[in-house]
Design a protein around this ligand. Structure first.
Ligand SMILES: *Cc1c(COP(=O)(O)O)cnc(C)c1O
Length: 384
């Protein structure tokens, strides 16, 4: 009998973790290993016990052939892209990608003679016209930051297959609980495990998940770039993963309740959340994802100062970048993730300077809603 992913995530492979009967996989704090039949074992080669145990779990989570844990989300993304693309190659990529990836794609890859052509998530009909003989890959994100756009992922996979492109997806925002990108058909699914997979805002890590031959090629690149995850961080990631399903269920529920509350409030002008029927791709998100995730962004009927005051007055969410942890966090993308864009570029992407983004944590939803309600009331009083 095959048990659920949630159970297998907690227990790992049969007996594998019970070294000397230990209920928990110990931390193998050893850089190198005695020569043996398995060949050279070394942390940078990603083949030590803590790494291998995670690799199995990460592959299982997405229904993938293989996976490799990495030292950060960017280590996963840069290694994967450099293993897929060669000088002269061309890649199609969705607009509004994660800032670190955008910078890597537009600055570093260009220096290596690789060109990236961006497309709007809502216009798959033009993808064909962007193809070149040297196009090798298609890159999308499951849910984009900070507007929570959901691209036609089914069409992306189909288009990549039809044109012999490697399909890559950054699946960080949805998490493998809400979307099994590899099983869905993406060749490579990339994660910042710093976010939901670990879930406790205390390590930086990543993962490359997908087709065996491609994961092995990316892992080879990772060895050269040196972006491996150390054993202690592996231990923490494994501990975080054991509650992944519980946490994501709560993130989904909390975000959905908070999004609905915000949408119904007179001071809120717009809410971006795929789980709301007002989201332009709600039907698609519902079909693709088993939950809508924990990320919300919204605009108030106030100016930028009003948005800053709002963030200031909130009591529970911490004003901090990043996302995916147990604690709620709040940011204003115009001065954090999208600060490097010019005001006109931000306007082009639809990111208002007053846009507020919330990584909804796993605190009781009633507390979160009470905090947001009280803060909105204060803002209204201040404006009156
Ligand atoms: C944070 C993040 C990354 C980068 O991950 P690091 O772990 O910080 O290197 C990549 N993609 C998305 C969507 C992210 O949120």
């Amino acid at each position: 009998m095959t048990f659920s992913r949630a159970t297998r995530l907690i227990h790992g492979q049969a007996n594998e973790d019970r070294i000397h009967g230990a209920v928990k996989m110990p931390i193998f704090q050893s850089a190198m290993y005695e020569h043996g039949p398995g060949g050279l074992r070394y942390i940078r080669l990603n083949n030590t016990p803590n790494q291998q145990s995670l690799n199995h779990k990460l592959a299982m989570l997405e229904g993938a052939e293989e996976a490799v844990v990495t030292g950060s989300g960017m280590a996963a993304i840069s290694s994967a892209l450099l293993s897929v693309l060669k000088p002269g190659d061309h890649m199609l990529a969705q607009d509004g990608m994660y800032g670190g990836t955008f910078s890597f794609a537009t600055n570093m890859l260009r220096d290596y003679g690789i060109t990236v052509q961006f497309f709007d998530a809502d216009s798959p009909e033009i993808w064909g016209s962007l193809l070149r003989p040297e196009t090798r890959a298609l890159y999308v994100e499951s849910i984009t930051n900070p507007l929570m756009k959901v691209c036609d992922l089914e069409r992306a996979v189909g288009f990549a297959r039809q044109h012999n492109l490697v399909s890559l997806i950054d699946n960080t925002f949805a998490s493998p609980v809400n979307f099994r990108a590899a099983e869905f058909g993406f060749d490579l699914s990339l994660h910042s495990a710093t976010k939901y997979l670990n879930g406790h805002s205390d390590i930086v890590a990543g993962a490359i998940v997908g087709r065996g031959d491609l994961v092995r090629r990316a892992e080879k690149m990772l060895r050269s770039l040196g972006g491996s995850l150390d054993p202690h961080a592996c231990f923490l990631l494994d501990r975080g993963l054991q509650t992944l399903f519980l946490r994501i269920e709560r993130h989904n529920e909390n975000a959905e309740r908070l999004a609905k509350f915000l949408q119904g409030h007179s001071l809120v002008s717009k809410v971006n959340y795929p789980g709301l029927s007002s989201h332009p791709r709600h039907a698609r998100a519902k079909q693709l994802f088993s939950g809508s995730g924990g990320m919300i962004s919204f605009e108030l009927h106030t100016d930028v100062d009003g948005a800053d005051r709002f963030i200031d007055l909130l009591q529970i969410p911490i004003y901090a970048p990043s996302l995916g942890g147990v604690e709620s966090l709040v940011t204003r993308p115009a001065i954090s993730s999208h600060a490097s864009l010019s005001p006109s570029e931000r306007r082009h992407f639809g990111i208002a300077d007053s846009l507020v983004r919330v990584s909804v944590g796993i605190e009781p939803a009633d507390d979160l809603i009470a905090d947001f309600a009280q803060t909105l009331e204060s803002i209204e009083r201040l404006a009156a």
